[in-house]
Design a protein around this ligand. Structure first.
Ligand code: GDP
Ligand code: MG
Length: 162
C-alpha cells in the first residue's frame, strides 16, 4: 500500500486548501479508513512517479476538554495511523499556544514530522516563516495552498520523509 501522510493543525490554518493543492485536483478519492472518524478523508496523490496517500484531518469539535486537548488527540491519532505527519501552521498568524502544544506531541513521535508554513502568498511573509523554527520540528516549508507557491518543494520534502 502507498505510504500515508497525515495533515494536522488548528482549524482554518489552511489544511484542506493545501491538501487540494498537493493532490493537484479538486475531485478526490474518498475512502473509509477503519477505526478513524469520518472527518478524516484520504486522497491518492502522485508526485515524481511516486504514489502516497494524504489524510486531511479536520472537522473535529473541541469538547469540554478544550481546543488544545482536541488538537493533541488529533496529533496522537495521526502519529498512530500515518507513516509521516505534516503540521500546518498559518504563517500570517505565527505559532500559537495550540500550535506549540501540538508540536510538543509531534516531537515525541518516532515518525517523520514535517512543518508547513502556509498562506505565504508572497515574499512579505517568507521572513515570518523563519520564526517557526522554534517549534522544534525542523525546517518550516513556506507554501501557499491558495496560489501553489512552494508546493513543489514541499512535495519533494514529503517524499524524502516517506
Ligand atoms: P482548514 O480548516 O485548516 O482546512 O483550512 P481551509 O483550507 O479550510 O482554509 C481556511 C481559510 O484560509 C479559507 O478561507 C481559505 O481560503 C484560507 N486559505 C487557505 N490557504 C490559504 C493561502 O495559502 N493563502 C491565503 N491567503 N488564504 C488561504
Ligand atoms: Mg479543513
Amino acid at each position: 500500500p502507498a505510504p500515508v501522510l497525515a495533515v494536522v493543525g488548528r482549524p482554518n490554518v489552511g489544511k484542506s486548501t493545501l491538501v487540494n493543492r498537493l493532490i493537484g485536483r479538486r475531485e478526490a478519492v474518498v475512502q473509509d479508513i477503519p477505526g478513524v472518524t469520518r472527518d478524516r478523508i484520504a486522497y491518492d496523490a502522485l508526485w515524481n512517479g511516486r504514489r502516497f496517500t494524504l489524510v486531511d484531518t479536520g472537522g473535529w469539535e473541541p469538547d469540554a476538554t478544550g481546543l488544545q486537548a482536541a488538537v493533541a488527540a488529533q496529533a496522537e491519532m495521526a502519529i498512530q495511523t500515518a507513516d509521516a505527519v505534516l503540521l500546518v501552521v498559518d504563517a500570517s498568524v505565527g505559532a500559537t499556544a495550540t500550535d506549540e502544544a501540538v508540536a510538543r506531541v509531534l516531537r515525541r513521535s518516532d515518525r517523520p514530522v514535517l512543518l508547513a508554513a502556509t498562506k505565504v502568498d508572497d515574499d512579505r511573509l517568507t521572513s515570518d516563516t523563519a520564526a517557526l523554527w522554534r517549534l522544534g520540528l525542523g525546517e518550516p516549508h513556506p507554501v501557499s495552498g491558495l496560489h501553489g507557491r512552494g508546493s513543489g518543494d514541499l512535495l519533494d520534502a514529503v517524499l524524502d520523509a516517506l
